[in-house]
Design a binder for this molecule. Structure first.
Ligand SMILES: [Zn+2]
Length: 416
């Protein structure tokens, strides 16, 4: 690795300029581009509309699988999952044969832009809606790093900040309220106003998007509230970059019923009990709103049936769009091979894949449609910057499809 010039840092093979102007990157969790197009045409998003006309707007691709933690890590590492090592929330450890939930930064393999900026003397704040993600975002970071989930418990020692409730002016929000995300943005605005941070990474929650499609009142109100806060950041003179970790699609039949392939059940029925184990990497302690159902799973052959026979059978199931062996999947989607299954299965646009019905509780949907992500249909995400690109980055943006994890490069290097 070459040494970075003064005023620059190098992380995972890319060079970033230290900011001259406070710079905010928002991960608008689950913000499918359809929320933006619907919200803009309905006149709900005046500030985002202004960014689209005066700054830069494009559609970028999220990393696979299109899940929250792998993409948040990609965004702050500026690199795909094979570099930082996080390709799901949940995986099967091949050596111990145990299923493991990733709950902290211990499996993060690379450095991050946030940590490197902080090491170079930039005042960095990372705020994530959920505390588990906060721990990952804080990997190696010397700065402010907290979550609204644990706002009340933030300490100088652990989080680089205390009295967060007083800072934001309201109590720690409920885990399943839209305020979890708004609290992230309001805390960022307060830090910006107080001149306490030069670079902020603000990562929201996708609870609203799992529950409400574009045009539904819950989504419209939420997106309007987010837009207002973006307006405030622009007023304060910050450079604002916005991306999403993934899109969001109805995983439903035309009549609105959840459309799910229970792959472990189906394959074990065909080949005999114990033939396969299906791991859903979307699994998380907070799954009330989607029942741990997404459109991407990893499959492990646990009996005597060959991987090829299992793959052929899985590919024949209606609703399964793509089956790839672990090695091929890791290569194609730049995922870490050590976390791959014997094969992966991706659902079609409207189909989620689960393991067995008893592992997925859909009672938490509370009457709303099953909406989720994880597959290829949720790769397109909005990518925007509040200021126009300089000539060099205009050339980059027209020469290739952007990735959501290009956002720090564009926010720090792409605007003058
Ligand atoms: Zn998400």
């Amino acid at each position: 690795m070459t040494a970075a010039a003064i005023g620059e840092i190098r992380v995972n093979g890319r060079t970033y300029r230290k900011p001259a102007t406070p710079t905010i990157v928002i991960c608008f969790d689950g913000c499918d581009p359809r929320y933006i197009s619907q919200g803009v045409s309905a006149g709900l998003l005046p500030n985002i509309s202004r960014i689209m006309s005066d700054g830069f707007y494009a559609i970028a691709d999220a990393a696979m699988p299109t899940l929250t933690n792998p993409n948040n890590m990609s965004i702050i590492a500026g690199a795909p999952p094979k570099v930082h090592g996080i390709s799901g929330n949940y995986y099967l450890d091949r050596t111990t044969k145990r299923e493991v939930m990733i709950t902290d930064a211990s499996l993060v393999l690379s450095g991050t832009v946030l940590a490197a900026l902080a090491d170079a003397g930039v005042r960095v704040a990372a705020i994530a809606a959920k505390d588990k993600l906060r721990k990952m975002l804080g990997s190696g970071l010397k700065g402010i790093c907290f979550s609204p989930e644990r706002a009340r418990d933030a300490t100088q020692n652990e989080n680089g900040i205390e009295n967060v409730e007083q800072l934001v002016g309201r109590p720690t929000p409920d885990m399943y309220s839209p305020d979890l995300s708004l609290f992230v943005l309001d805390a960022g605005i307060k830090l910006l106003q107080a001149g306490r941070s030069d670079v902020l990474y603000l990562s929201l929650s996708d609870m609203v998007q799992h529950s409400a499609a574009p045009g539904e009142e819950l989504a419209d109100t939420f997106n309007k509230n987010v837009d207002e806060r973006i307006g405030k950041m622009l007023e304060l003179g910050a450079i604002v970059g916005i991306v999403a970790d993934h899109g969001m699609t109805d995983k439903c039949s035309p009549d609105g019923e959840p459309q799910v392939v229970y792959l472990e059940e189906a394959l074990n029925k065909q080949f005999g009990a114990g033939s396969v184990r299906v791991i859903c990497p979307i699994t998380d302690p907070f799954v009330k709103h989607h029942g741990a159902l997404g459109s991407f799973v990893r499959v492990y052959a646990t009996g005597s049936v060959s991987v090829q026979a299992l793959m052929d059978a899985a590919a024949r199931i209606p609703g399964i769009a793509l089956v790839l062996d672990g090695e091929g999947a890791a290569a194609r989607y730049e995922m870490p091979i050590e976390r791959e299954g014997d094969f992966i299965a991706i659902g079609d646009t409207y189909t989620a894949i689960g393991s067995r019905p008893e592992e997925h509780d859909l009672s938490g949907l509370n009457g709303h449609k099953l909406r989720s992500h994880g597959g290829l249909s949720e790769q397109p995400v909005p990518f925007m910057l509040s200021r126009p690109l300089n000539a060099a980055y205009r050339a980059v943006a027209t020469s290739r499809r952007l990735r959501n994890y290009d956002i720090f490069d564009f926010a720090l290097n792409g605007v003058d």
